[in-house]
Design a protein around this ligand. Structure first.
Ligand code: SDX
Length: 364
């Protein structure tokens, strides 16, 4: 029987992405991560992932306009229901608003689901502060419009590029827990919105996409580089997991960590993030790896995608309780592509379980 975490179980075949855990490489639709991260806009990553799954998928230029129109369309949900949800945690309010979107399997449904977290997250963050939500501008890129809806100002190209880099870096990642959840739901032919909501619910957990916010809490608790090793050692000795470290598949450094550091350096070069903040994070990473090697010898525990994410999203103006929503902004296209791939594969996902409970007294 497979381990309870389904470690190393191959549960699907996919053309979308490959996570090489031993080598520390990520391939997305035949491209190495480094060919994409920092080099293409999220619209191109979306087009790459959705290619072949929607006969009416437009080319990248037209896709940007169609995605802009989808942002405008879903904003209506904010106007009708946003105010009543703004006091919830951002991931809860975004999930509630996304649950109002039409289900189905066509491109219109897919684009609205991709647009939704980019529109709902800034709107909920603003409503919570007593500020009016800002309507989308379909003429802007997805990343630029997201930041404009958050701050009210059209972002610099460096800031838009930083968000683009993040959204591309997290767009797909093999059969992680949220993608697996999305595929299971898609396999019942429940529809793309249902599959995406399943993925969003799985992503919320702190062992998965809920980790970035607690990474920033850890930075706050550590306070200064000289406190890092002691704080981290105490945490591990208390049996706690260090957020932003470890991975079920990567036995070496998560390649996305360095892609994120590269995006951070570009943003820092334009004054968008404090160099001292990056240096502090690097000191914490170094101390954490020392502690993990001392206290967890023989386990391949290294930095993962969620560690440097926090400095980028903090610098872009997102509050830590919205980091998972931004993760979802990047991952929704991946969930949709996997959902469509599963539907086209055609089989209901239904594994077996081994019953170890009591048997009836009388013969069955
Ligand atoms: C994401 O799957 C994906 O691809 C996910 C993702 C994606 O893009 O979709 O990459 C995104 O979810 C990244 C991971 C974000 N989560 C965190 O940063 C939370 C902290 N990380 C851990 O909770 C943990 O590393 C997991 C959950 C990510 C993976 O853990 P596993 O594979 O279940 O490891 P395990 O529980 O078998 O642990 C093995 C040992 C244990 O020690 P012992 O009991 O053997 O003594 O390693 C220890 C664990 O205690 N360990 C850690 C640790 N992770 C594992 N100890 C301290 N800190 C950690 N982070």
């Amino acid at each position: 029987m497979a381990k309870s975490g389904l470690d190393d179980v191959v549960a699907a075949e996919t053309v979308l992405s490959h996570v090489d855990g031993e080598g520390g490489h990520l391939i997305i639709r035949g491209f190495a991560l480094d060919e994409l991260a920092g080099h293409v806009a999220t619209e191109q990553a979306i087009a790459l992932l959705l290619h072949g799954f929607f006969p009416d998928l437009p080319d990248r230029g037209t896709l940007a306009a169609a995605l802009g129109a989808a942002r405008v369309a879903v904003f209506a949900e904010v106007e009708t229901s946003g105010a009543g949800l703004a006091q919830l945690d951002p991931i809860e309010s975004v999930r509630a608003l996304m649950a109002r979107l039409d289900d189905g399997d066509d491109l219109d449904v897919a684009l609205k689901l991709i647009a939704a977290p980019a529109v709902f997250t800034p709107a909920m963050l603003r409503l919570r502060k007593g500020l009016a939500p800002i309507a989308p501008d379909a003429a802007l890129s997805h990343a630029a419009d997201t930041l404009r809806m958050l701050t009210g100002d059209t972002p610099s190209k460096e800031r838009a590029a930083a968000l683009d880099a993040y959204l591309v870096i997290v767009c797909d990642h093999g059969l992680n827990a949220s993608t697996f959840a999305a595929r299971v739901v898609a396999s019942t032919q429940a529809g793309l919105a249902s599959a995406v909501l399943a993925g969003l619910s799985a992503l919320k957990g702190p062992l998965h996409g809920g980790a970035p916010g607690p990474v920033l809490d850890m930075f706050d608790d550590i306070g200064a580089p000289e406190n890092a090793e002691r704080w981290l050692d105490d945490a591990v000795m208390r049996g706690e997991r260090l957020m932003g470290f470890g991975h079920r598949v990567y036995r070496v450094r998560d390649p996305r960590a360095d892609a994120l550091k590269s995006a951070l350096r570009k943003l820092a070069a334009s004054g968008g993030v404090d160099d001292a903040r990056v240096a502090f994070a690097e000191a914490v990473e170094k101390a954490a790896l020392t502690v993990l090697r001392r206290r967890k010898p023989g386990r391949s525990l290294d930095v993962n995608v969620d560690f440097y994410t926090v400095l980028l999203l903090e610098a872009l103006g997102f509050s830590r309780d919205a980091f998972t929503c931004v993760f979802a902004m990047g991952r929704v296209p991946g969930w949709i592509a996997h959902a469509r791939e599963q539907v086209l594969e055609g089989r209901l996902m239904r594994p077996q379980s081994r019953y170890v409970g009591p048997m009836p007294k009388q013969a069955a």
